[in-house]
Design a protein around this ligand. Sequence first.
Ligand code: GDP
Ligand code: CA
Length: 337
Amino acid sequence: MSLKQLPRRVTVLSGGVGGARFLQGVLRLRERSGSATEVTVVANTGDDIWIHGLKVCPDLDTVMYTLGDGIDPERGWGRTGETWHAKEELAAYGVEPTWFGLGDRDIATHLVRTQMLDAGYPLSAVTEALCRRWLSPVLGDGLRLLPMTDDRTETHIVITDPDGGERRAVHFQEYWIRHRAEVPAHEVVVIGLPDAKPAPGVLEALLETDLVLLPPSNPVVSIAPILDVPGIRDAVRTTSAPVVGVSGIVGGDHVRGMARQLLGVRGVEVSAAGVGLHYGARKADGVLDGWLVDTVDADALDPLHSAGIAAAAVPLMMTDHDATADMVQAALELVLP
Ligand code: GDP
Ligand code: CA
């Protein structure tokens, strides 16, 4: 049996580390097959935050640095060869917040971005400019990185404050980095979403494509904010391209991060089947035609099939680019004609 080929146009919705590693598999598969696939990435901007007067876009930067070969491979985020002098100097001044560390090299990216935004450029144009340094030399025109929206969106989490026990809303970064997702979370609210518009090119990338891929990115704080930008979910639901996703929940827990905690907040069962059914079948108001689960979660296949979602159980650990490329190949086999 011959393997299915990556089609000419592929669009990927992405968070940060999970999305970026998945994209490395997409690119490896493209390399293997020698195809000329154009990849468009629509990245979450709900994680964006203003820190020390700088606009930081963690998911955009993680994708850009990872694919541009500038990422710190151990941490999975931030620049390779990073130093932290500016952070130390800011701490010596007693400037808050101290829990969000900006590395010296990374700061250059945020300075360029902030200056361009101040000069009136939309985030999508700024991202394109930053990617000219990072992606063009490595990937040519073969990959485009788009923010989901040019409008300001910020994910906030309602937590129980560990000092005092009051409920209050904090930025997602404060919940995740300062509190390590270890405080009780009650609600996830993405500020700015109802009025946000998809960034230029996003709807076209979903409607005029041959395949839509959902990486194992966090369903609540990476994929949901993208789908919830008015117009994007409809585009995913109505595109003529098949839509296939990969579970980030393996064996009843996330592989890394805090998806378990936040799926709980949304009342979604923390399992590969639970997340697939939460996304739902396209033929029943959902967004999926296909859903991959890990081999340890083969019991998820029956309920997924019953819900009208094509599903298969394959190894889903992104241990290296080839293993991840195999995952992407399995996704193609599931939904391409
Ligand atoms: P973030 O923005 O940096 O948190 O990254 P994403 O939202 O793109 O991806 C985070 C999700 O990827 C987490 O919920 C993880 O469970 C999932 N993940 C990370 N590594 C792997 C892996 O090797 N295999 C699978 N199946 N999921 C993974
Ligand atoms: Ca993120």
